[in-house]
Design a protein around this ligand. Structure first.
Ligand code: FMN
Length: 307
């Protein structure tokens, strides 16, 4: 770390105190996921500089100092907070492999399979309140849709269709959700709190992607629905890889025929809801849980050996 003028110096002490008191989970994740100290039981930030972060790590009967470099080094204090958030996300991605691979895995030593399972297990559905409303880079959205487009489909029908709403274009969706609510609840007075909440949802995430399924008449509809589901899973995984948060929302308003008409997909295309995307509002990436495969898999002709 350098001894010359450091742009982080004016805020370093406050940031260290904030990290240690409010983001102890993230600091421990840095140690375990990024500094190779999987054994860490506690970790404290002891130094923050433009070139990196220093931690005092305790566990396994030892206390040691580790450093995580910022690559590239920071040039302005404003870069510190987003960098720490990004590092926390990277650390959690890294840790998910340790956390989730509890079952026998013949590919355990293979880096890419480990990383893929890591990413799959890290993908989470975020409530709207946990998404930051600030705009995101639409090039990232294009990249995410490229991943969606690589989904499988029987006979290469590629039935997935998307319509992307961002910025002021979300007003159209706001109006459509509000009208759908009124049509679904004709007994409710105009402008009820529930209707207002439907209208306001769109402003809570910067990008809303309408999900459509355009069925090929030569294929059963269930296959086309599944193919579209695969496309959305690809989309969600790529968003996760980019550190973006989102969720598929398929409630009554999100699939309402009025909303479908406003979105304007080609005839016969079925609206399956929306996927909203934004940055996570907090640096704490939520943890997922799955019940074990017991009872979900039967093995015939052999089974893997217990660990
Ligand atoms: C087809 C589909 C539709 C969904 N629709 C909704 C929805 O309308 N509202 C909601 O809160 N979550 C919805 N979800 C997200 C699930 O709630 C979420 O995937 C589940 O809770 C597991 O959490 P995870 O995605 O973080 O693993 C939907 C998921 C799928 C696959």
């Amino acid at each position: 770390m350098t001894a010359t003028y450091d742009p982080i110096a004016p805020i370093a002490l406050a940031a260290i105190e904030h990290m240690n008191s409010d983001h102890a989970d993230a600091v421990l994740a840095y140690a375990r996921g990024l500094a190779g100290a999987e054994w860490a039981e506690t970790a404290l930030v002891t130094r923050l500089e433009a070139s990196g972060i220093e931690l005092q790590v305790t566990g396994n009967g030892q206390t040691t100092t580790v450093r995580i470099p910022f690559d590239p080094p920071l040039t302005h204090a404003d870069q510190l907070q987003p960098t720490l958030v990004k590092l926390a996300q990277q650390a959690r991605h890294q840790l998910a492999a340790v956390t989730f691979i509890a079952s026998p895995d013949p590919q355990r030593d293979d880096r890419s399979s480990q990383q893929l399972l890591n990413l799959i297990a890290t993908r989470r559905s975020f409530a709207l309140k946990d998404i930051a409303p600030d705009p995101i880079d639409l090039n990232h959205v294009a990249f995410i849709l490229e991943a969606a487009n690589w989904a499988p489909s029987h006979g290469q029908t590629e039935p997935w269709r998307f319509a992307v709403y961002s910025g002021e274009a979300r007003q159209t969706l706001s109006n459509a959700f509000g009208t759908a609510y009124r049509l679904l609840h004709p007994d409710q007075p105009a402008g009820s709190p529930s209707e207002a909440s439907q209208r306001n949802r769109v402003w809570q995430a910067p990008v809303w992607i309408a999900i459509g399924m355009c069925p090929n008449p030569k294929r059963p509809e269930w296959e086309e629905l599944i193919a579209t589901g695969c496309a959305v899973q690809n989309l969600h995984l790529m968003a996760t890889a980019l550190g973006l948060a989102g969720k598929w929302t398929s409630g009554a308003c999100a699939i309402h025929p009025h909303v479908a008409e406003i979105v304007g997909f080609a005839p016969h295309t079925r609206l399956l809801g929306f996927f909203y995307i934004g940055r996570p509002a907090s640096s704490e990436w939520p943890r997922g849980q799955r019940r074990s495969l017991d009872g979900k898999v039967t093995w015939h002709g052999g089974h893997p050996l217990p660990n």
